[in-house]
Design a protein around this ligand. Structure first.
Ligand code: MLT
Length: 409
């Protein structure tokens, strides 16, 4: 028998969202297939935009004829999409990111894990606590997390986030080589201001650290002064990789398309101290292990940047933010503490009465027929919280919240 990667033994048996789905399915089975409104995983519910659908239909038609057929595409993404991203998401916002800095992929989650191929196994990794579980689980699989002791991986640096620091972590006390930041944040739904993010870019410059900035929810930013891209901070292109997704912006959770920005000015060093551009390494990694996102998905993604596409992004994200506002209001009405939701589709809720996350999950499932994500699945600082998403339909969100109010007010 082959010797397997021992790091898997240490992981929780299943991934957080698989565990939540398993519990919901078990509950439905025991309770005669009752209707459960899903407010746990951040999966969108509105259909793809007409501009995206048209572009994808056209792409499929091209594939149907030998004159216009496309086989393997560039591993980095088609120029039509890389150019559109550079222009709309960066150059038009005064940020000097170019098409050659951008690598199109099949989504943020894969890139977040795959990036571990280009930094050393010896790197000390810092994660926000609570955090999207992918950062921690990938660090465990790659052997960077150490051992699990009292709920903490002993080689990870935890950046605690709670109401006292407005869910914005303090800078690490010890040197972190790689720092995962996510804003607007999953799971807390809180966003970061320009001034607060400057400190992290300065830290990275002073300590030679790499920031992996997960900006999958930037399209939900509404308030002025809140950061959408880390490259809004001077010098960030020398210390940060940014990861974006079309999933939440344009409803691509099933289509799969995202991108990662690895600016050519961002450098690392080999063990002998010689310098190398991370862009070169990522390009080498992608050309070896990835054959590019599908042509049809990339054509669809490029339609997001047409005037109709941009309008649709605004409308869809407004819709989900309005759902988040309904959720936040309803929980506050019944006396719970609720955070996030203003620049984000996520609302972070605590009863404030000592109940643990899975107890709250079970109680709401049983009493109100909707599912949530237990905060403890995002880290020890998530214990006592649940996360809700604004991604369900308005009708279902209203139904779930009126059940909550009827039961608890
Ligand atoms: C979430 O619910 O946190 C996200 O949908 C998970 C993901 O994007 O993979």
């Amino acid at each position: 028998m082959v010797e397997v990667n021992d790091n898997f033994r240490q992981l929780p048996v299943s991934y957080l969202f698989s565990e939540v789905a398993r519990k919901i399915a078990a509950y439905k089975k025991e309770n005669d297939a009752c209707e459960i409104i899903r407010m746990d995983i951040g999966d969108i519910t509105r259909p793809l935009f007409p501009s995206v659908i048209n572009a994808m239909h056209e792409a499929v038609n091209e594939l149907a004829s030998s004159a216009t057929f496309h086989g393997y595409g560039p591993e980095q993404g088609y120029p039509f999409l890389r150019d559109a991203i550079a222009e709309h998401d960066y150059l038009n916002r005064g940020l000097s990111i170019e098409a050659s800095d951008i690598f199109v992929s099949d989504g943020a989650k894969s890139d977040l894990g795959n990036l571990g191929d280009i930094y050393s196994r010896n790197c000390k990794v810092a994660v926000m606590n609570p955090a999207y579980p992918v950062y921690v689980d990938d660090s465990v699989i790659d052997g960077r997390a150490g051992k699990l002791v009292d709920g903490h991986w002993n080689r990870l640096i935890y950046l605690d986030c709670d109401p006292d620091n407005h869910f914005l972590p303090m800078l690490p006390q010890e040197r972190a080589d790689v720092i995962f930041l996510c804003f607007p944040n999953n799971p807390t739904g809180e966003a970061i201001s320009h001034d607060d993010l400057v400190k992290w870019v300065e830290y990275a410059h002073n300590h030679g650290s790499l920031i992996i900035y997960d900006s999958a929810y930037e399209a939900f930013v509404r308030q002025p002064g809140i950061v959408k891209s880390i490259y809004e901070i001077d010098g960030a292109d020398e210390v940060a990789i940014e990861i974006r997704s079309f999933s939440k912006t344009a409803g691509f959770t099933g289509i799969r398309c995202g991108y990662t920005v690895v600016p050519r000015r961002l450098k690392g060093r080999y063990a002998d101290g010689s310098e190398v551009a991370l862009n070169t390494l990522w390009n080498r990694r992608q050309t070896t292990k990835f054959n590019g996102a599908s042509y049809v998905a990339q054509k669809g993604a490029s339609a997001v940047y047409t005037p109709e596409g941009l309008d649709s992004v605004k409308n869809a994200t407004d819709y989900y933010i309005a759902n988040a506002a309904l959720i936040k209001d309803a929980f506050r009405k019944i006396g719970y503490k609720a955070y996030g939701g203003d620049n984000s589709p996520y609302v972070w809720v605590s009863t404030g009465n000592g109940k643990d996350s899975w107890q709250i999950f079970d109680e709401l499932l049983q009493n109100c027929g909707f599912s949530t994500t237990p905060g403890s699945g995002f880290g020890t600082k998530g214990e006592g919280y649940i996360r809700l998403t604004g991604f369900n339909s308005r009708e279902n969100t209203e139904k779930a919240m009126s059940r909550l109010i009827e039961r608890y007010l």
